[in-house]
Design a protein around this ligand. Structure first.
Ligand code: HEC
Ligand code: HEC
Ligand code: HEC
Ligand code: HEC
Length: 499
């Protein structure tokens, strides 16, 4: 073949020149490509080298990090947007007690029955914890309702204050004690080391939970870190002991049953239900724990794969820091892996969520009724011994319900596990009703009437909350107290002057 080629070139030299020209062009193009690759790498490297300011220690001021990393900062700022709703979630504020008044009864005797909204973007973390009725109106007249531990997942000022005051002393203070210190919303210093920009764990509770399990979080791979930074906050937790030490209940395992056993073994309850008098557990938001047993985690995905997809701008690839519903932008989330239409992908998510909701609706109706049945039994003279078994079943049923629904993404992250947990919740609920039916019969009660709890207002009135008082006190407090915190923070240079 080569012989033939050289003969052809001899006969018609133009062929030789054509080949030469082609090779030259190809080499030139390859050179360009190589240059652009190294240039892009260099650009990313220089991103770090060209830091405009040096960030020292734990710096909670997101605006200052933004000078060095404008793309990440600009997308992070968009967590304050409230412009997207999917079928069930999104980045807007939803009054959950208004939407689902049964929840008022389920939480009777606990601050959640006063006020509970669906989560929105990270930018609102401080504003929302400050304005909720659950933190009350601590001032010279009123006591704190919450410990400082409540700040733990709201701000990069938390690791700063922990370093300054010590971890234990930080938790055991009252919530309002740090009102003028915890002032910057969830941001860069929660997840990044300022020198290397590597992901880092800033919350002791996660490091300690790993240690008690015999694991070292420093061994985590970079891909695992893209999940673990979220697991600092999006997990089940409780405030342990009189010092309210933030603790993850994972010592005996990380399933809903393992954690229940952990709480049972230490005879722990979050509160006594004011209607049924059952010893209750409040589940927080076990997003990480449920995610772990779902199909995506088991294929090695991280939270950031869906909630912080890559974006491209001027040839620079970076992580979108607008952490929100991945359904807001399916082409850069799901469709980077799935060759499926947007319509189908939405359908998968909604189908999982709708099916979980079917069981959830049943549980909430029946479980609210169960608390009210138990109250009827007490009101008619039931004794502790008669009630013991039903109250245990109520505790177990509600722990499972809360675990499944407080993990807001759970119905998609781990659809089968979420259904399993809700099914066990419904089972325990109906068992409790059977037991209570027996108690009621033995007390000579043939039937009992359900109160009207069809709206938030009616349900709150039924459980005896004076909402008018709470709301007007809070309104006054919001006008008077938080502005003084902000003013003090500004004077002390804890927030940037431009805010
Ligand atoms: C909730 C955690 C979290 C917060 C808050 C956060 N980041 Fe990130 N950041 C990440 C994750 C996860 C990645 C991806 C890292 C990886 O893939 O190794 C990342 C990546 C980066 C990178 C590397 C380049 C890139 O885009 O992938 C930079 C720079 C960065 N973040 C800057 C910031 C700045 C500036 C802020 C504050 C305005 C911030 N981050 C807030 C989690 C966070
Ligand atoms: C320092 C604690 C903390 C860390 C770290 C954290 N979150 Fe959050 N996250 C919160 C809080 C608190 C809220 C609710 C804020 C509100 O409603 O005011 C929230 C809200 C959210 C929401 C709802 C947003 C919306 O638009 O409705 C999503 C999704 C979310 N986080 C995902 C993540 C992911 C993914 C990570 C890791 C990359 C992460 N979070 C890291 C504390 C944290
Ligand atoms: C495979 C993609 C994927 C991964 C990986 C993933 N999520 Fe999600 N997440 C979703 C989807 C889809 C939803 C539902 C969004 C909707 O309905 O609008 C969701 C919902 C959520 C919500 C509720 C948001 C709201 O508005 O209430 C939170 C919080 C959340 N995820 C956190 C996490 C955390 C933390 C991790 C890692 C432990 C994680 N997610 C991993 C896809 C993912
Ligand atoms: C980083 C890659 C990646 C992303 C991003 C991703 N997925 Fe997946 N997804 C996978 C893999 C891998 C599997 C397992 C596929 C298999 O085993 O056939 C999977 C499985 C699924 C399944 C089947 C679940 C099951 O029970 O086995 C559904 C439904 C799904 N994904 C929907 C989504 C949706 C919706 C999104 C966006 C919110 C999304 N995925 C984002 C990689 C991804």
């Amino acid at each position: 073949m080569f012989k033939k080629l050289s003969e052809s070139i001899k006969n018609r030299p133009v062929i030789g020149w054509a080949i030469f020209a082609f090779v030259m062009v190809a080499v030139f193009m390859l050179g360009l490509l190589a240059a652009s690759i190294t240039e892009r790498r260099a650009e990313i490297a220089t991103l770090y080298a060209n830091k405009k300011i040096e960030i020292e220690g734990i710096n909670p001021k997101n605006e200052e990090w933004g000078i060095n990393y404008p793309r990440q900062y600009d997308t992070w700022k968009r967590t304050k947007e409230m412009n997207f709703t999917s079928k069930h979630l999104g980045n807007t504020k939803e009054d959950m007690l208004e939407s689902r008044p049964n929840m008022v009864v389920l939480w009777a005797g606990y601050a959640f029955s006063r006020d509970y909204n669906a989560p929105r973007g990270h930018m609102f973390a401080i504003e929302d914890v400050t304005n909720t009725l659950r933190t009350g109106t601590p001032d010279h007249e009123h006591k704190d309702m919450q410990p400082s531990t409540c700040w733990a997942c709201k701000s990069p000022d938390v690791p700063r204050m922990m370093e300054e005051k010590g971890i234990e002393d930080f938790y055991k203070a009252s919530w309002s004690h740090y009102g003028a210190d915890i002032v910057n919303p969830i941001g860069c210093a929660d997840c990044h080391d300022p020198q290397t920009m590597k992901l880092t764990i800033t919350r002791p509770a996660l490091i300690e939970a790993f240690e008690r399990q015999g694991r070292n979080i420093a061994d985590a791979t970079p891909q695992e870190m893209r999940t673990l930074v979220c697991a600092q906050c999006h997990v089940e937790y409780f405030f342990k002991g009189d010092n309210k030490y933030l603790t993850f209940p994972w010592d005996g395992g990380m399933t809903v049953e393992d954690m229940e056993k952990y709480f049972d073994n230490m005879d722990y309850k979050d509160w006594t239900h004011s209607l049924s008098r059952a010893p209750m557990l409040k589940a927080q938001h076990p997003d990480y724990e449920l995610f772990l047993v779902g199909p995506h985690a088991q294929r090695g995905l991280s939270c950031a794969d869906c909630h912080m997809p890559y974006k491209s701008e001027g040839g620079i690839k970076f992580s979108d820091h607008q952490i929100t519903s991945p359904l807001k932008n399916i082409s850069s989330t799901c469709q980077t892996c799935h060759r499926d239409s947007e319509e189908n992908l939405l359908k998968y998510v909604y189908e999982y969520q709708d099916k979980a909701l079917e069981i959830r609706n049943r549980v909430e109706d029946e479980l609210a009724k169960t608390h009210i049945m138990a109250k009827a039994a007490w009101d008619n003279g039931a004794n502790d011994k008669q009630m013991e078994q039903s109250l245990q079943l109520i505790r177990q049923a509600q722990w499972r319900w809360d675990y499944a629904v407080a993990s807001h993404g759970g119905a998609f992250h781990a659809p089968v596990e979420t259904q399993r947990i809700l099914a066990h919740s419904l089972d325990r609920t109906m068992q409790a009703q059977l037991e209570l039916q027996k108690v009621l019969y033995s007390l000579g009660i043939q039937s009992f009437e359900m109160p009207d709890i069809s709206s938030k207002d009616k349900a709150q009135e039924y459980i005896g909350l004076d909402m008018k008082k709470f709301k007007s006190e809070k309104e006054n407090w919001i006008k008077n107290t938080p502005p003084t915190w902000l003013e003090k923070a500004k004077q002390e240079g804890k927030i940037v002057a431009s805010r």
